[in-house]
Design a protein around this ligand. Structure first.
Ligand SMILES: NC(=O)c1ccc[n+]([C@@H]2O[C@H](COP(=O)([O-])OP(=O)(O)OC[C@H]3O[C@@H](n4cnc5c(N)ncnc54)[C@H](OP(=O)(O)O)[C@@H]3O)[C@@H](O)[C@H]2O)c1
Length: 346
């Protein structure tokens, strides 16, 4: 095997909990630095993970000798500053989803990566879960044209002001909200199956309007904890994506794809059901829905794109495709009307 790719992880949340352990486990990567806003926390993280550098100084992180790539896992509106600076230093970029808080910023990131001639991947890793991969595969094989496609998530983790501490995720100005958390993954899934969205409508809500910080202060929540999204596919068929994070009883994802030639469903026991016209639905599973396994696949794709010139997956184009729909949904929600996503052909 070639030399492992020296990578720096920017962010102490998902970056520390999922990305760093996966890179550390893979022979294809060598984590060499980690960034947090807090110098002490960064040093502790590095020490715990046996990494040479933990820093709050992004420039210092980018200057590690031999560094080839960065993984950016910070609040959505901050991706742009980190991604553009990393690409300008000739580093390959794994950017968390969504690429940015607006299509304009996402395009800026993509342009910076392309100008630098480095590899860019956007971590729509949920589509790499075995459950979702099978849904996509079977849907492409058997459903034909869309009639109705739906993805629905129910969780109770935001049901009370004390159920999750206030962070940037609850602040719309930093790109927070459940739409950036889960909705974009579900849009990515539907767009993998039916890429051509003609128009969208949306309603979002903040059901629990105050939340306590870790210090016990109550802060106002401005980013949605529930949403209902409606997609109209070009040529016919509707998509519905819903989430409520404030329910009193949660349940796993449910995905249903009804086409003119067949059906595919994922139930909340992680079983995939499918059948063509005239057939009984047959089930497979339960399949694996692990996020760590899913991210391992994304990381390996990143490696293959850097070392072997493989096509990056999920690609920046796919990141822009979701971003255009995401942008249109935000406008639709604010203006309470149907909105056509901007075309993003590159
Ligand atoms: N692909 C997936 O399945 C997945 C799953 C979860 C999250 N994500 C994505 O990962 C990104 C980060 O989310 P997260 O859940 O990891 O968040 P998080 O746990 O809150 O961590 C955010 C990181 O960014 C830093 N940060 C917080 N506020 C900041 C600010 N105002 N300016 C600059 N940095 C700031 C934090 O600094 P400190 O270290 O000082 O706290 C921390 O290092 C988001 O894009 C999210 O969508 C992806």
């Amino acid at each position: 095997m070639d030399e492992p790719i020296k990578i720096a992880i920017v962010g102490s949340g998902y970056g520390r909990k999922v990305a760093l352990p996966v890179y550390a486990k893979l022979a294809e990567f060598e984590p060499v630095a980690v960034w947090s806003r807090q110098p002490q926390r960064a040093r502790e993280l590095a020490e715990k993970a046996g990494i040479g550098l933990g820093t709050a100084d992004f420039d210092e992180l980018l200057s590690v000798p031999g560094l080839e790539a960065v993984h950016i896992a910070t609040p959505v509106t901050t991706h742009i500053q980190f991604a553009v600076a990393a690409a300008a230093r000739g580093l390959h970029v794994m950017c968390e989803k969504p690429l940015a808080d607006s299509l304009e910023d996402a395009r800026h990131i993509v342009a910076a990566i392309r100008t630098a001639g480095v590899v860019g991947v956007v971590n729509y890793g949920r589509r790499m879960q075995q459950t979702r991969q099978r849904v996509i595969e079977r849907a492409r094989e058997i459903v034909g044209r869309p009639r109705m496609a739906s993805v629905s998530l129910v969780s109770s983790d935001h049901a009370d002001p004390d159920s999750r501490p206030y962070t940037w995720v609850h602040d719309a100005r930093l790109g927070g909200g459940r739409l950036q958390g889960y909705g974009v993954h579900d849009l990515d899934l539907l767009l993998e199956i039916f890429p051509d969205v003609e128009a969208v409508a949306a309603a979002t809500e903040v059901g629990v309007p105050v939340r306590r910080t870790e210090d016990g202060e109550l802060w106002r929540v401005t980013a949605e904890d529930s949403y209902a999204l409606l997609l109209r596919f070009r040529g016919g068929g509707l998509g519905v994506v819903t989430l409520v994070a404030t329910a009193r009883h949660g349940r796993g994802d449910v995905i249903e794809i009804y086409g003119d030639e067949g059906t595919v469903q994922l139930d909340d026991d992680q079983r995939v059901w499918s059948g063509r016209t005239g057939e009984e639905l047959r089930s497979e599973g339960p399949l694996d829905g692990s996020s760590t396994e899913a991210f391992t696949r994304v990381a390996r794709n990143f490696w293959a794109a850097i070392r072997n010139g493989a096509a990056p997956e999920p690609s920046l184009e796919e990141g822009l495709r979701v971003q255009a729909v995401f942008d249109a949904l935000r406008t639709a929600d604010i203006e309470r009307r149907w909105v056509r996503p901007e075309p993003v052909t590159s």
